[in-house]
Design a binder for this molecule. Sequence first.
Ligand SMILES: Nc1ncnc2c1ncn2[C@@H]1O[C@H](COP(=O)(O)OP(=O)(O)OP(=O)(O)O)[C@@H](O)[C@H]1O
Ligand SMILES: [Mg+2]
Length: 429
Amino acid sequence: MITHARLSTKQKDSILDAVCRINLWEGAIRSGKTIASILAWLLYVRNAPPGPLAIIGKTRDSIGRNVLDVIADIAPGAIVFNRGAPTCRILGRLVHVIGANDAKAEKVLRGLTLAGAYVDEVTVIPEGFFRQLLGRLSVPGAKLFGTTNPDTPSHWLMKDFIKKLTLPVGDPDRPDMVSFHFELTDNPGLEPDYVAGLMAEFTGLWFLRFIRGLWVAAEGAIYSMLEEQKHTRPAPPKDRWQAALVGIDFGTSNPTHALLVVLAADEEGELGLYVVAEWEHDGRAKGQLSTAQQSDRLMKWAAPLLADTGLDPIVVLDPSAAPLRVQMRADGWPGLRSADNRVDVGLQAVASLFAGARLFIDPVACPVLWDQLCGYVWDEKALVERGIEQPVKLNDHGCDALRYAIMAARMIWRVWLPALAAEDTRQAA
Ligand SMILES: Nc1ncnc2c1ncn2[C@@H]1O[C@H](COP(=O)(O)OP(=O)(O)OP(=O)(O)O)[C@@H](O)[C@H]1O
Ligand SMILES: [Mg+2]
């Protein structure tokens, strides 16, 4: 249990200063935002105006993990809840538990007149839902408490709320809001070794956002950390291969791109993931292949590569490759799986593995992949025009196949990237 005496000055000040209609804790991961905001929320609940309250997050499950469990931990007597239930009781008050991604959430919200709300991970809540929530907080004196990690500077929460705090007090456009910016040093509970580990695990865009706590745009190269010297290596000899994965991005008129990724030790015994072979077919340039032909050619490509290794590969296909999956199953391929297609986590995992020198490409065997990885860039147009953060979808089939294989290799990299694995579990809906 965390007692008041052990809170950082930043945490204590934020709790005392959370007196506005909107109270936001934003910044680096593990920086103590949730603990401070939950204490502020509990103090609020104790004296809140009469009326129902709500806790909002991505899903009821994520609220259970990120908020209700934490309340039960800090103040076991303060909360009565059942996992997954639509309501709970905090300090005797009725609290609705609403997952913003649940189909009926907006309807539930529309029927409520709230005296207070706590929002977990504000940036992942749809803007319309957040505005609706503000409208429902109509009991006089009602307050909102929320936490978030930084996102892109053009995110609605930054543009329409946080940035407007620079307007002078009294300006009608200035929201009735206070925002507390947290950095890793604001959490006195983090051991130096843990902080060093976190810093090493995150890289590029994700380092700036999650470790430094900055609202920065996804611009330029996605894998900006790539260096030929560091990241290209010939395939290790087959007798050192310990596990194998085949990642496949499937297309009929678009290219199909398959990669063989193996877990192997280098001369010093250091384990790493090596992309040792690629197979590509561009239906538009070379004529379309039926799924049966693709399955057959893939088998002829993979079988000799894996011969004498004794390894049965895990084969990961993109979720839209149902026809190829059916065909490959009929053809007797082992270990077929549908890929985890969460792009943000996948890109982060690949970037972190490159940064930590745990992922290598054989440049002679995989020239197309290497070129694609070096040219893989964020789509600035999609960000500006639609507010969507995504890679440019051009010559990216090898990049996608790699992301699928790496997501399926989570059991391997979770020991190298414990914080990312924890983050991944937390974000999973
Ligand atoms: N003052 C403190 N003393 C000791 N431990 C703390 C303190 N504040 C927070 N912690 C612990 O540090 C960890 C991270 O804190 P917290 O969950 O509040 O961070 P966060 O900023 O919400 O992180 P995230 O962005 O990852 O959700 C938790 O295990 C929490 O219990
Ligand atoms: Mg938190």
